[in-house]
Design a protein around this ligand. Sequence first.
Ligand SMILES: Cc1cc2nc3c(=O)[nH]c(=O)nc-3n(C[C@H](O)[C@H](O)[C@H](O)COP(=O)(O)OP(=O)(O)OC[C@H]3O[C@@H](n4cnc5c(N)ncnc54)[C@H](O)[C@@H]3O)c2cc1C
Length: 388
Amino acid sequence: MAEPVDYVVVGLGALGSAAAWQLARRGHSVVGLDRFALGHDRGASHETSRILRHSYHTPGYVELTLEAYADWADLEESSGESLVTTTGGLDLFPPDPAISPSDYLASMDEVGIAYDVLDADEVTRRWPAFRLPEGTLALHQADAAIVPAARGTAAMQAQARRHGADLRGEQPVLGLVDHGGAGVEVGTASGTVRCRGVVVTADAWTNDVLRHLDVDVPLEVTWEQVTYFSPAEAARFAPGTMPLWIWMDDPSFYGFPTYGEQTVKAAQDCGGPSIDPDDRGADVVDAAMLERLSTFMGEVLPGSGAPVRSKRCLYTLTPDRDFVLAPVPGHDGVVVGLGAAHGFKFAPTFGRLLADLVTTGSSATDLTAFRMDRPALTDPDYAANWLV
Ligand SMILES: Cc1cc2nc3c(=O)[nH]c(=O)nc-3n(C[C@H](O)[C@H](O)[C@H](O)COP(=O)(O)OP(=O)(O)OC[C@H]3O[C@@H](n4cnc5c(N)ncnc54)[C@H](O)[C@@H]3O)c2cc1C
């Protein structure tokens, strides 16, 4: 006998935990399923910190960040936890950058986000830890903030459970049968759950779940690495004296002020090798990635010190690096949420929008750019570009 519930969420990382919370707080019965134990470090939502920012390359994303800030505030109020640490943020464009500042300027102007344009000397005057090449242009946005990855995800799981959601770890979904208007059956090793709709937030394993519907999304999974450096003078890297930063070039790097410990975290964006998420083995430090990052840190943040530890994490990239936030074509009862390796800042928003889509089939927010039938996901000749 299939167990009847209103909605099932497949994958309880940040996005799925947010969806379970939003569905349960609306009074729906919810079962959340994850293949690993809740809070595991095999996916993309573990570890310490993630960047929350307004600066983005399209007005659509900048608009969506307004919702993200509001949804994080909602989560803080609901959970009673302080989750958003405002530090300010610098987008650093060296001479002849691979990523154009004009998209960021125009997008923030169109939405009305305030920012300062600074040159290399002004950056170093305000934040002396930086050593920037002559001609670097910097956009400083004062609201940029740090949100906690593992702790933020756990906060959303706690809110989901507080509203009655039944979250089950070590329950891999092994089957999915869409009966159209009669609902969807979700198969696990310990039985079948029958529901009105399913939210699939399985990130690197999205196609593992969608293959049960004969659907395949062109995704690239990469094995990323973040590293913590130990500065001799940690106070020079503390929030208030150091903003978070993104190096807008190829390769692209990003980093944080000290956060909960006297270390400076940094990483390369899209610097990791492609990988099968089921074939990654134990976490090992990638020496070449570490060398590349350490060389960069030595040049741009010479006081950041020696690397003390590294942590691996999975990126799941769509060819255009845009999200998936949409029903599966032909399967209105199955909606997919995928953050394209920049979704954590939007996790509470993803949860709210996925709950809208699976319960009503629509959303007040324009999600056209995130449809599953868009050219980047359907045209086999689409030229991938992850550097945005
Ligand atoms: C190093 C790194 C730095 C990042 N920095 C930022 C940042 O600064 N700002 C930002 O906004 N974003 C950032 N991101 C991206 C962001 O972390 C991700 O987009 C987000 O965490 C994805 O969340 P998720 O819930 O979709 O994925 P995950 O957390 O990976 O969750 C997917 C879940 O699905 C489960 N699952 C898979 N298959 C099944 C199955 N068959 N049955 C049941 N469960 C299943 C998995 O066990 C997993 O728990 C970063 C990512 C990485 C890796």
